[in-house]
Design a protein around this ligand. Sequence first.
Ligand SMILES: [Zn+2]
Length: 298
Amino acid sequence: MDEFNDVVDLISEFLGQPKKIYEHQSQVSWNCPVCDEDNNKGNLEVNIEKSVFHCWSCGDSEDTHGPLGKLFDLFGTKQQKKIYYILKPENFTPVEKILPKLRLPDNFTLFRDSNPRYPVYQQAYSYLKNRGITDDIIEKYGIGFCDKGNHFGRIVIPSYDKNGVLNYYIARSWDPHTKAKYKNPESEKDKIIFNENLIDWDKDIFLVEGAFDSVFLPNSIPMLGKHMSDLLFETLYEKATGNITICLDSDAWADSVKLFHNLNGGGLYGRVKIIKITGDSDVADLRGNINDYYYEMR
Ligand SMILES: [Zn+2]
């Protein structure tokens, strides 16, 4: 594909000749402008298709890794970065196209389509009430439950991509004695942005761990864990124009700090904020009331 060679040429304008090109893997390496010192090692590796780069030698110590846009911030010009975003078509990032078509679990039922006197409805509904989830939240996120089948006894929070196509779901058991708390689909969760259709990239964004946290904070993105996917990193870097607040669980302080330093660079510099939740709680336990927990990073 032509975009590949165009992007390689563009990066070569400021990094020099590439050392190795593996077009099939969409992988190219250059000498790292930070640590190579004429050793010609080719340690700086770029994946054009995934839009990420990493120096295998100084990536962690010098922060020479991340979304490709950051490489342009560090070593290229504004003009080159602009050209890069023009060259990079929307479908260049392999998001929707490689995923098999996902469906909601069998017997998924919306609360509004069920009978409030049905015992399974009542179990599901009281689980949500105990977690502070209101009728408005249930409605807004299209939360439902399964009353039969292999997802029986689970609350389901669906996720839709920016075109409104289902791209993931969380299926959480309401039985406290269950062996598997979650039974989520096999699709790769780092290839999607949870409920991307609800995100306004021009407003302040909150990063949380789970879908049950995200329903309490407007314009929040669940990372579905403590680590951020390359896709989310790149998308934030490219699109977020407001502040970004990291709101991970209280047991994830080290991950939060690491994420803060990864994000707080280039075009995002000075716009990243962090929450330090104390005790054994998370955004969902706090019902989204995080204002007392902002932490000043230096
Ligand atoms: Zn390096």
